[in-house]
Design a protein around this ligand. Structure first.
Ligand SMILES: Cc1cc2nc3c(=O)[nH]c(=O)nc-3n(C[C@H](O)[C@H](O)[C@H](O)COP(=O)(O)O)c2cc1C
Length: 393
């Protein structure tokens, strides 16, 4: 790790966030950092972790601290995976390829968003770890089936169906900043961004060297070719998936199916009934329906509802290793991180993502040792309590 990029004050994810803010034009930083409407859920996701306290077992000695676990039958070195983050290539030209490479180097998995500027084959080739493909039905069934075929051939081992995006959430920062114009086709409409962009020459040089806004290499419109980025907003409006879609998806995709965006026990049961291999408790990082609860709060309800029949993963608000430990205590098999690695990517591409993962790995091991638990598989609700509960679960 270059000391130039990583002065000693980069010790936590918030430090990477600050660096990301310095290095990105505001419109790009806000796209990454922001949430929907009043950003209540965005803030709650992080805040709710603070309401959980640890109940450590002290004077416990163990030499090895095991952070390894299994998700969908595959062993990963850390109980975390990298969440799908659309438009990663706009955050840094390394984008999805850099994130996948860093995930593999850390011994864990990467989930590629449909909204990717890189071909899925190139992303898979960049990582030595497991890779899953996240699906939006942007161009209909035929196009989706062709993508499944490519994903399967390239070695993606699971399909993640995101169900919380009936329409795109109202990201007020993006509207104010003119994100739509930035992504739009008109060069003229981009002129107002010039001063802000010129003020971030490193990002601009990278962006231009990378060839500007890419097309969606994994959404091939039959008879036309890759979907232009400019069409994504309108395509998303037509891409709502329903439980009925799971029927043909199950028939077209023979591997494990993971449902992302579960917030209630009822929907978790439905996912089990529809043949999901896992659910991801997620509110899309507070970017979709505002005022839904923090994911760590609904996790126990969902764990109870699926009753061990399938794996439960969760994401939202994870910025420290201790957040991951809390989620595992409450029954998550593993977590996904989104912004935590994307801030690193914005700060420095692949080395920045590696740094984010290093920070979380070190946090995890330290927290486990201080908690008196030598294996992530042994974490359980007795290690946490609600703040103010007077020492009882
Ligand atoms: C910039 C950004 C883009 C995202 N794009 C997608 C996406 O394309 N598909 C998806 O299912 N989730 C997407 N998400 C949601 C993440 O997969 C994940 O659920 C969320 O980031 C978790 O919250 P966290 O950022 O607090 O870790 C995105 C999140 C961010 C921050």
């Amino acid at each position: 790790m270059s000391r130039h990029l990583y002065p000693p004050h980069i010790v936590n994810i918030e430090d990477l966030r600050r660096l990301a803010k310095l290095r990105l034009p505001q419109v790009v930083f806000d796209y990454l950092d922001g949430g929907a409407e009043a950003e209540i859920t965005l803030q709650e996701n992080c805040r709710a972790f603070r309401d959980l306290q640890f109940r450590p077992r002290l004077a416990v000695a163990f030499e090895e601290c095991n952070l390894r676990t299994r998700v969908l039958g595959t062993e990963i070195a850390l109980p975390l995976l990298l969440a799908p983050v659309g438009y990663s290539r706009m955050i840094h030209p390394g984008g999805e390829v850099a994130a996948a490479a860093a995930a593999g180097a850390a011994g864990t998995g990467y989930i590629l968003s449909t909204i990717s500027g890189y071909k899925l084959e190139n992303v898979k080739a960049a990582t030595s770890g497991p890779a899953w493909f996240q699906l939006y039905l942007l161009a209909g069934r035929e196009a989706a089936e062709a993508t499944f075929e490519r994903a399967r051939a390239a070695g993606f081992s699971a399909l993640v169906l995101t169900i919380d995006t009936a329409v795109s959430g109202m990201r007020e920062r993006d509207w104010r900043n003119g994100m739509e114009q930035l992504l739009g086709a008109s060069v003229f409409a981009k002129l107002p961004f010039l001063p802000e962009i010129v003020a971030h020459p490193r990002w601009l040089a990278n962006f231009l060297r990378d060839g500007g806004m890419p097309e969606l290499e994994n959404v091939i419109i039959p008879g036309k070719g890759p979907m232009p980025l400019t069409d994504v907003a309108s395509a998303l409006k037509r891409s709502v998936v329903t439980w009925d879609d799971l029927q043909w998806i199950r028939e077209s995709w023979s591997g494990p199916l993971v449902i992302k965006g579960i917030l209630t026990g009822d929907d978790a049961r439905r996912a089990v009934d529809h043949g999901a291999a896992a659910v991801i408790v997620s509110n899309h990082g507070g970017r979709q329906l505002d005022s839904v609860p923090a994911t760590i709060r609904v996790l126990p309800e969902i764990v109870a509802a699926v009753g061990g029949q399938i794996e439960v993963l969760m994401d939202g608000g994870i910025r420290r290793g201790s957040d991951i430990v809390k989620a595992l205590c409450l029954g998550a098999r593993a977590v996904l991180i989104g912004r935590a690695y994307a801030y690193g990517m914005a700060a420095a591409g692949e080395p920045g993502v590696r740094r984010a993962l290093e920070i979380l790995r070190a946090d995890l091991e330290r927290t486990m040792r201080l908690l008196g638990c030598g294996d992530v598989k042994d974490l359980n609700p007795s290690f946490v309590e609600a703040r103010g509960s007077g020492g009882r679960n």
